[in-house]
Write a protein that binds this ligand. Structure first.
Ligand code: PLP
Length: 380
């Protein structure tokens, strides 16, 4: 996609994001088709990317919305998502955000603590409403991913721990403006080892047993998101293996009659469709390494600096013999580095460089640190 459109890419002001809308559509269609086999409901995790043209494709393909802030709920509704398809998670929902979500009659609040339940009940009572909730349970399952994107361990801030559930249920009986409709889990992101999801299923089954033994019927099971993508081979593995992913849940998750299963996928739906394009500003020769200094930095793509994550780097202009470079940005931080000792064709000022797999947690995390301009987006 990039090489075929080189001319158009060269006409843009760098840095900019480019989105492959065909790949996006194919990815969404594949995910939808595989989820439909089992009647699974998939909510798109807005925080991965909230660009309107992308949301429009997500909506067209029949996904709901998974939001983690009031503004994401607002964006969902403004972009045509039905409030009945909106779930709302987050450890720190503000009163204003809760009130907004109550006014919109969203499908479900994923609640993360007993304190939050008490406040939600209070706010719902003031509006004479009943809030549908799922308890976000921390299942203590290791996601085997970077520690900053692990969320399902007891040491993490997310969710209600298993030893608290007794008390939470007692509390729920006193909260008249809350209706428990399900349980929710989200154990982390960029999970590439599917046995992690099998472990999650085992834990969900155990929690279900527990609720059944307490005579509580749960209409909804929400197992969150987290399916990873192949940052090393964006061409060969452009579309994640949704068949294996949903098939695994179908195999291992034990459902009660009439139960609905929900997913919240972000990265796996949008990551491979996006690329950050940058221009080489300078080449600086070092003793052990050369630096290729780009006009894009951590302000456009913070994942390498934040999670030590890998993005494949390609020089779209040069086809000379390979040389090693530390590929860095212009920001005044040593962590503003996209890759060390990266083999690239001999690189010169003005070459276009692609940072692949930047469609998720790329543009949404952009900042104007160093008073940088917001990079634009191009859709092809
Ligand atoms: C971030 C998030 C997701 C999406 O995670 P991905 O790894 O992008 O699929 C789903 N659910 C919740 C609650 C989240 O916070």
């Amino acid at each position: 996609m990039l090489k075929e459109n080189l001319q158009e890419l060269h006409q843009q002001t760098t840095p900019f994001y480019v989105y492959d809308m065909n790949l996006l559509r194919q990815t969404l269609q594949t995910a939808k088709k595989e989820a439909d086999k089992y009647d699974y409901h998939v909510h798109y995790a807005f925080k991965a990317n909230v660009n309107a043209p992308i949301l429009s494709e997500v909506l067209k393909n029949g996904f709901g919305a998974d939001c983690v802030s009031g503004n994401e709920i607002k964006a969902a509704i403004e972009n045509g998502f039905s409030p009945e398809d909106v779930v709302f998670a987050g450890v720190g929902k503000s009163d204003a955000e809760i009130n907004f979500a109550l006014d919109q009659n969203i499908f479900c609040f994923n609640c993360e603590s007993s304190h939050e339940l008490e406040i939600l009940n209070e706010l719902a009572e003031k509006k004479n409403k009943t809030a549908r909730i799922a308890l976000r349970i921390n299942p203590n399952v290791n996601a085997n991913t970077h520690k900053y994107i692990t969320t399902g361990l007891e040491e993490n801030k997310f969710g209600i721990n298993s030893w608290e559930i007794d008390n939470v249920l007692e509390l729920l009986q006193t909260l008249k403006h809350i209706e428990l409709i399900g349980i929710h889990f989200h154990i982390g992101s960029q999970i590439t080892d599917l046995t992690v999801f099998k472990n999650l299923c085992t834990r969900v089954n155990e929690f279900q047993e527990w609720f059944t033994s307490h005579n509580i019927k749960l209409q909804h099971l929400n197992v969150g998101g987290g399916l990873g993508v192949d940052y090393y081979h964006p061409e060969e593995n452009a579309i994640p293996d949704f068949a294996a992913y949903f098939g695994l849940f179908n195999q291992f998750l034990e459902l009660r009659p009439g139960q609905q299963v929900h997913f919240e996928l972000g990265r796996s739906l949008v990551a491979q469709s996006g690329t950050l394009i940058s221009k080489v500003l300078y080449i600086k020769k070092g003793i052990t390494t050369n630096f290729a200094i780009l006009d894009a930095g951590m302000t456009e793509l913070i994942r390498p600096a934040l999670y030590q994550s890998y993005h494949k780097i390609e020089n779209l202009t040069s086809d000379k013999a390979a040389v090693k470079y530390d590929v860095v940005g212009p920001i005044c931080e040593s962590s503003d580095c996209f890759g060390k000792a990266v083999e690239l064709p001999e690189t010169n000022r003005g070459d276009l460089v692609a940072l692949r797999t930047a469609g998720a947690y790329g543009e949404v995390m952009a900042s104007n640190y160093n008073l940088r301009e917001k990079a634009k987006a191009l859709y092809i």
